[in-house]
Write a protein that binds this ligand. Sequence first.
Ligand code: ZN
Length: 290
Amino acid sequence: MTHQPLEGTSRRSLLRRAALLTGAVGAATVPAVFAAQQASAATTVDMELTVIAAMVDPPRSGTGITLGAGPSVTAVEAALRDKGFLSSTYVDGHYGTSTISAYAAWQRSLGYSGLDANGLPGPTSLTELGEAEGFTVTRKINVGANNTSYGGKRVNTRTRNMLAAADAKLSWSITLTQGSYTPGNPDSAGTHDGGGVVDIAVGSLSTTQRWQTVKALRDVGFAAWLRTPAQGFSYHIHANAVGDTDMAGVAQRQVHDYFFGKNGLASHAADNTPSAYKGSFTWWEKVGRG
Ligand SMILES: [Zn+2]
């Protein structure tokens, strides 16, 4: 099972964004003090949308907003600015590389390190930021214990529950060949270093069954793709649990690709999943609300 590394875009995106903002100074720019008043009016932060924006936004060129996350992200950014971690320039509702860095600094200030300081809001750090800066966190994501297992492979509780739900949609069993939290595996280019990422065996499945498995995984909130020999892999399904706050950076970039209909590989080519099995972008907590 091999995974090609994704090209690192963070620095380039940051520079491009800085250039765009420099060129945007003028009458249309909202004064920082007014933007701050707008931000403080938002008293709730939707954690689900904020985390998904934190996965989708950083590789973007420009400062687009993901789903309806703008007000929540702006409130988090305003709080990070007030804490001294983020320039007012970046309080814009776009959870870009500067916001990732600022949030990671906030996490480190709380004593977190490693995956717990990856710049994705976790339930504890986000709640603490809200208590300090005056917002309430709604729709919290909690990945649970990070040392449970599915079919003998290590995953967190949220991923285990998602796999069980996908398995229940199929008349065959989902079998993992690699779980999560497996740092140092050179074949996976870091995508499995954190939480939410699994590989699934498809060797005993027909072509149709493979695609049906991809669809079942997508329907419970995974970014899932069938990897093929034509792409340089032995056949398997690689799946990332959208919104998993323990996810490694390279795997987050794959969620960005999935959101935009791409394959999550270094080529960033179009998703080759047949349209009947593509499904639509969703995540576990949203699925649970029906
Ligand atoms: Zn994988």
